[in-house]
Design a protein around this ligand. Structure first.
Ligand code: MN
Length: 227
């Protein structure tokens, strides 16, 4: 009998702790940069990388945490927050987008570019005609962003590849996005991403970007989503 009671007590404790865990805030980690600041030279310079990562990205992260502190958004993942971003304060949209988009962007870059997998190359040919046509369309979307924003290669809910762009720190996971989907490539075309080296010549920065695209990461993201 005593044993039964202690077993019941233990079960009750376990149930309580599971319940507590469910209500625990989601932990958002500031990521480690997966390479040195100068690793992407000469295409993206070390000074830009250092300021971009340690100042800009850090500020988005810190301010995002402040923007959700003490609210029910603390219990949601980034994807869950973005799915209802139209109802959230504008600081959550700007800072949360800034935090998340840069996480993707650093992973999208590498000193060893690689190439699209056979699976992704086939999808690029099917949805854009050819790799060159894709590159041209993506570069055009990147240069057409007016002011600050991002260019994206995404997989749409229908499983197709699409190129889109967003203003400020918006992204295609947000319920406000004109074209929605899951990002494969996030490309930062804010002036802070290139101005030290390229000044007003965004086109040169876009051309340089193709030398440092981490296709391995793009391939991995695609293989998880491909239908
Ligand atoms: Mn940026």
């Amino acid at each position: 009998m005593k044993n039964k009671i202690s077993t019941l007590f233990l079960l009750l404790l376990m149930a309580l702790s599971v319940n507590t865990m469910a209500n625990e805030p989601v932990k958002h980690e500031f990521p480690t940069l997966p390479y040195a600041y100068n690793a992407l030279e000469p295409y993206i310079d070390a000074a830009t990388m250092e300021i971009h990562y340690s100042k800009h990205h850090r500020a988005y992260y810190d301010n995002f945490l402040k923007s959700i502190a003490g609210t029910e958004l603390e219990n949601l993942t980034m994807e869950q927050i973005f799915a209802q971003i139209s109802k959230a304060p504008v600081a959550v949209r700007n800072m949360g987008g800034g935090f998340y988009n840069h996480n993707l962007f650093w992973q999208n870059l590498s000193p060893t570019a690689g190439q699209p997998s056979a699976e992704l190359a086939k999808a690029i040919d099917a949805d854009f005609g050819s790799f060159e046509a894709f590159k041209t369309a993506f570069s055009k979307a990147s240069s057409s962003v007016f002011g600050s924003g991002w260019a994206w290669l995404i997989v749409t809910p229908e499983g197709k590849l699409a190129i889109t762009s967003s203003a400020n720190q918006d992204n295609p996971l947000m319920d406000v996005a004109a074209v929605k989907g899951t990002p494969l490539i996030a490309f930062d075309v804010w002036e802070h991403a290139y101005y030290l080296k390229y000044q007003n010549k965004r086109a040169d920065y876009i051309a340089a970007f193709w030398n440092v695209v981490n296709w391995n990461v793009v391939n991995q993201r695609y293989s998880k989503l491909a239908k």
